[in-house]
Write a new protein. Structure first.
Lengths: 488, 240
């Protein structure tokens, strides 16, 4: 499983080489980043293909003494998300980003390395280190445009993210002092003897820390500010990967270290579902009031993450499958929406919803894709969002969370109202003459690719589901995961 | 009324902090009272076997650059990112301290001091696996040189002596060097960042060239940390 470690070091190497190329040979930037992204795609496919049964890679060949990487179906699903989003975003950004181009690519690659590290590692402290790599480089990307709003967003993001990291680090330290090890499998075995109170305190630290990074209500306030004035292709990765990787880490810590039985006993599953319901209702109501397109999409992201939380905290096999499928779908749908928004911004610097009035006739294909993606995110058939949302509702009702199922349907109508508002504006005719810079093929192609995936995964959901169906086996029963990680 | 309000706000923060402190104290106390001394096999292994397995006499170094070298790579990357964020976020403004002119004594002493700092830094980095020190500490001492120049002779002089581009280059080279040294393990048929397992062997423990890759990894981290801290300091007090 050599390729697993390459998934982390290839983006790191690329980032540092971009740093050197900035000083001496500026011209090779575009071939360097595209070439590296293509090789990265190949490596990702290689690792995803070999993810079942799970494999372990010892960094430094230290066995249980050192750090282990592990590829299981859950991490493979996240690698699949990177594979789908990363190359299109890089191709898109080569043309789109104008200022601080080198820095943008350095941080994008560092962020990807951090996310790949978080997804692959099976070591609690290593998870924290890569979390810091990804969230700090994400902060730097928010500040990239160097506008007042961008810096305000970065500052809020830095404070909140540091607060979250503080709690995660505290919990990690306490876990180490309790168990004397950092390997997730060994911690999980040691945790069986720890008293209930201490375990639940540790769990609350982990949950609080990660929830800040995920951005559930009332800890969401920094998210719209970071989306508002940052480079829009970055928003694709931010909503698709950075927030999701925090969800990944939380779920991994809760399900592997604490185990499903403890989550049920301590009532964490009920708290998670309830928190999710509150979050998406508030986020939908807030999204309705926005006039800025990026902020609207940001609040919509908060709401979608809440759906994912509900799916993952239902605590059944169906719930985990549904939540994971929605993670993948949301990354694709939100990616499409942001890329179309980015093209609108590129062509006529449209920021507000009223700025895109009448663009439906100027950009027929792109507007059609926007409509497809927004209907998918609302959850209408036959798009991918419908299927995963349907699965979440089904799983919630099956395990007794009837109120969650009911409110998800209410939330669907709420989200329909504000997305319809945007779509109607898009197709309203105006007399105004617009100065339009024509988007090149390298901007349109990634957008069309992601948009077509919305339809493809809606019609043939069995393609991603064949991978996702294997996930619950290693999360619901952490014994299986522990056995493989310990090499038994 | 507004005074009451302000007092309430202050009091509320105080109560919040104190209650968090009490809560953490209770948690730490509970954890401390648990009898978990039997669960120290990992640290005991590091202490008892560390020298034989890695060849580094300094235990901290053996953990940082061998057992958990992958974390060190991540931490060094965090440092680079933090330096870059600072250069974005800190507004360019004039700092009062920089307007101060120092007397002869200060500038002469600084001049006299710098070679010693360089020697100390180099010693800390190169002997990191034998004596207290290592790449991070040595790098910090090295970074003191440009920082001293900045404080005594202003930013322009410091940046004339150590060009910002060169510092960035050093930072990148340090990071790339760390990864390439890690890949040496892959090339020889073992895993990433393998040291003893890839037959670089501990060597004669106690000699300068021993402990396999550890001295070289130390050097790379030293370069990277030194350059990174110098960049951070200069971007913090840059004047315009």
């Amino acid at each position: 499983m050599e390729a697993a470690v390459w998934l982390i070091i290839l983006p790191l190497l690329t980032a540092f080489f971009i740093g050197i190329s900035k000083l001496y040979f500026k011209k090779i930037l575009a071939p360097l980043v595209t070439g590296s992204a293509i090789i990265y795609l190949y490596l990702l496919i290689l690792v995803i293909n070999h993810s079942y049964p799970p494999k372990v890679y010892n960094v430094g060949a230290w066995g249980l003494m050192g750090i282990n990487l592990m590829v299981d179906p859950f991490s493979a699903m996240f690698l699949l998300m990177i594979a789908i989003l990363f190359l299109p975003v890089i191709i898109f950004s080569v043309k789109y980003i104008k200022s601080h181009k080198h820095k943008y690519f350095i941080f994008t690659y560092l962020m990807t390395a951090g996310i790949a590290g978080m997804v692959l590692t099976a070591d609690l402290f290593n998870l924290y280190v890569f979390l810091e790599v990804s969230s700090l480089s994400s902060c730097a990307l928010v500040a990239l445009k160097n506008t007042n709003k961008g810096i305000e967003g970065t500052f809020k993001y830095l404070i909140m993210s540091t607060l979250g990291s503080f709690f995660i680090l505290l919990a990690t330290i306490l876990t180490y002092s309790l168990t004397g090890t950092l390997n997730m499998a060994e911690i999980s075995l040691e945790f069986k003897d720890i008293p209930f109170q201490i375990k639940s305190t540790l769990m609350s630290f982990f949950v609080f820390g990660y929830v800040i990074k995920i951005g559930l209500i009332p800890l969401h306030a920094w998210i719209p500010d970071t989306y508002e004035d940052s480079p829009i292709p970055y928003n694709v990765l931010s909503s698709g990967l950075v927030m999701k990787s925090a969800v990944y880490a939380l779920i991994k810590v809760l399900y592997i270290i604490f185990g499903i039985d403890f989550l049920d006993q301590s009532g964490m599953l009920h708290i998670g579902v309830f928190w999710g319901v509150i979050t998406f209702i508030v986020a939908h109501l807030l999204a309705y009031q926005q006039s800025n397109l990026s902020r609207l999409l940001a609040y919509s992201s908060v709401a979608q993450i809440a759906y994912i939380t509900i799916g993952l905290f239902v605590g059944t096999e169906g719930g985990l499958i549904a939540g994971n499928f929605h993670i993948l779908n949301h990354a694709i749908m939100k990616g499409t929406l942001f890329l179309v928004t980015a093209i609108f911004y590129y062509s006529l610097s449209a920021v507000k919803i009223e700025d895109i009035k009448g663009l439906g006739y100027k950009f027929p294909i792109l507007s059609f894709i926007f409509v497809v993606a927004s209907l998918a995110i609302v959850g209408l058939p036959p798009f991918n969002g419908f299927i995963s949302k349907w699965l979440i509702v089904e799983a919630a009702i099956e395990s007794g969370f009837v109120y969650a199922g009911f409110f998800i349907l209410v939330g669907t109508f709420l989200s329909l109202t504000y997305y319809l508002k945007v779509i109607v504006t898009l197709y309203t005719k105006t007399e105004k003459e617009l100065l339009i810079v024509k988007p090149t093929l390298s901007l349109r192609l990634p957008t069309i690719f992601l948009g077509s995936l919305c339809i493809l995964f809606g019609i043939v959901p069995s393609i991603p589901l064949s991978l996702i169906n294997k996930i619950p086996k290693f999360l619901l029963d952490n014994g299986e995961y522990i056995r493989i990680l310990l090499g038994g | 009324m507004s005074r009451m309000n302000a007092m309430f706000k202050k009091l509320y923060k105080l109560v919040l902090v104190v209650s968090l402190a009490i809560f953490l104290f209770i948690v730490f106390d509970e954890i401390h009272n648990l009898d978990n001394n039997s669960k120290r096999y990992l640290s005991e292994h590091y202490i008892s076997e560390g020298v034989q397995e890695t060849g580094a006499i300094n235990i901290v170094t053996s953990v940082l650059y061998d057992y958990r070298a992958f974390d060190t790579l991540g931490e060094a990357t965090v440092l680079l990112t933090a330096a870059a964020i600072l250069s974005f976020l800190v507004p360019l403004g004039k700092d009062k301290m920089l307007g101060t002119t120092f007397t002869m004594i200060v500038s002469q002493t600084t001049k006299f001091f710098i070679p010693f700092l360089a020697v100390l830094g180099a010693y800390l980095i190169l002997f990191g696996h034998l004596a207290p020190g290592g790449g991070f500490v040595g790098g910090v001492v090295m970074a003191v040189i440009p920082i001293l120049l900045t404080i005594t002779y202003r930013v322009e002089f410091s940046e004339y002596k150590f060009k910002p581009a060169k510092k960035k280059l050093a930072e990148d080279i340090g990071a790339i060097g760390f990864i390439l040294l890690g890949l040496v393990g892959v090339v020889t048929g073992s895993n990433f960042l393998a040291n003893g397992q890839a037959n670089f062997g501990p060597g004669n423990t106690g000699e300068l060239i021993s402990a396999g890759l550890i001295p070289f990894l130390n050097l790379m981290i030293g370069i990277k940390v030194g350059a990174g801290l110098a960049i951070i300091f200069n971007s913090l007090i840059k004047e315009k």
